[in-house]
Design a protein. Structure first.
Ligand code: ARG
Length: 438
């Protein structure tokens, strides 16, 4: 706007930009890409993920990116025009949701290799990874940690229709302590004087960091309440942040309407995050009975990445993962899987989070079979990656089910995923917002 613009115009344009902000905020779910016409999907058995029932000989009608109708084939007259997709012999499910990815990381850059990546290079990797993720049947993801708001840019590019990718909820830079697992870069000695973007020590600094992330477009807040496996010099079991700091951070986020995901491996840091009111606990490797009880009582969900240990211990060394991190993983992965089983048996809410980005994107579905190996039924595993994830991320009325009014996001497989969950590793069709991508 030029300095000469008249007052009324300026006021109008302020109102218009406020309206645009509201539109942008709701864009992921309410805008359909220009090419999304009506679509009819026939022939498939439809899996009702809420109860495991297979609806035979039903038809889904999609209009303007959303599901308009799900009806028995006999009782409906097919709309004229639009695309007809025949998925004979396949099972149609809601598009899958991964609650823990890092789309701007990956490509095998670990340890000191990571220092090779500029923000621009990461942005380009993000474009590639977003497409791989969508093609794998994951139509919605939560990106929990990215530098320079590269995740915000990626989300917006996808929503604007510039590039293919999943719907994204993004955190921006993770917020954590000096020298901690979140955000800080502990790879370089002090003379380089490097401090990570999301480093914030003390309750007010934590609040300020939350405000900054919201200012630049974050949809949720990611923090760390313990050390991690892949960060140099941190202890997986040791708490990070005091309860006072975490409480301030969560309060600030919640009062602004954002949820908080806390990375936490050790039992004490898990409990601190839960007491502070965190909405999801990421990893939860050493969760104890008290942690499981508190999670259930607080209605907090656990996002336990029980596949990635296989990659780290199998291929991690050649991808540059430091020996100290491999040593931490050797002491973490097996316990995490045992505790996953305990949490499932106790009835804790579990959502599907993989940490894709540590291992190659597009392989997000591999964890489903591990979840069934460590205590879940196939239906429970599918629910963790559909309805339950949608509810926990706050999109329970938008994605995660095949019902009229929901986003037209689907994955289809050849056969019955309740009998063979690995079918989801090779989807036969992927549709997002009424557009077929695969
Ligand atoms: N990003 C996580 C960390 O560095 C990965 C943990 C992977 N290990 C596991 N057993 N889930 O802490």
């Amino acid at each position: 706007m030029t300095p000469h613009t008249s007052q009324p115009y300026r006021r109008l344009s302020r109102i218009m930009s406020a309206a645009a902000t509201i539109l942008v905020m709701s864009a992921p779910l309410f805008s359909a890409p220009a090419m999304a016409q009506s679509m009819v999907i026939k022939g498939a058995n439809i899996l009702d993920v809420t109860n495991g029932e297979l609806l035979k000989n039903h038809i889904v009608v999609v209009d303007d990116g959303r599901i308009a109708k799900v009806s028995p084939a006999s009782s409906i007259e097919l709309p004229k025009g639009g695309e007809v997709i025949d998925l004979q012999g396949q099972t149609l499910m809601p598009g899958l949701i991964d609650m823990h990815v890092h789309l701007t990381s990956g490509g095998g850059y670990h340890g000191y290799e990571r220092l090779k990546l500029t923000d621009e290079r990461r942005a380009i990797l993000g474009v590639v990874h977003a497409e791989q993720t969508l093609m794998a049947g994951f139509t919605t993801v939560r990106n929990v940690g990215a530098g320079s708001f590269g995740d915000v840019a990626l989300r917006d590019a996808i929503n604007d229709g510039d590039i293919p990718g999943p719907r994204m909820l993004v955190s921006g830079p993770p917020i954590g302590i000096t020298g901690g697992h979140c955000s800080d870069n502990n790879l370089l000695p002090p003379e380089y004087n490097i401090t990570g973007e999301g480093v914030a020590d003390g309750p007010w600094a934590a609040r300020a960091a939350v405000r900054r992330n919201i200012k630049y477009g974050a949809d949720l807040i990611k923090t760390c309440s313990t050390g991690g496996v892949l960060s140099k010099g941190t202890k997986v079991g040791a708490p990070q942040y005091t309860l006072e700091e975490l409480t301030a951070l969560v309060d600030e986020a919640h009062s602004r309407g954002l949820k908080v995901a806390s990375h936490a491996h050790g039992s004490e840091g898990i409990i601190n995050a839960l007491k502070a009111g965190a909405d999801t606990i990421e990893h939860a490797s050493f969760i104890d009975d008290e942690g499981i009880r508190l999670a259930i009582e607080n209605d907090a969900a656990l996002s336990m990445d029980i596949y990635v240990t296989e990659y780290i211990l199998g291929e991690g060394a050649s991808a540059g993962i430091l020996e100290e991190s491999l040593e931490k993983e050797r002491k973490t992965g097996a316990t995490q899987r045992a505790n996953f089983r305990k949490a499932v048996e106790a009835g804790a809410t579990i959502v599907y989070g993989t940490d894709a980005g540590v291992y190659p994107h597009g392989q997000n579905a591999k964890q489903l079979s591990r979840m069934t190996r460590f205590g879940m039924t196939p239906l429970q595993a599918i629910q963790s990656a559909t309805v339950t994830a949608a509810e926990v991320m706050g999109w329970g009325y938008e994605v995660g089910k095949i019902e009229a009014g929901y986003a037209a996001d689907f994955v289809a497989v050849k056969g019955n995923p309740l009998e063979n969950i690995e079918l989801l590793e090779e989807p036969a069709a992927v549709i997002k917002g009424g557009v077929r991508y695969r």
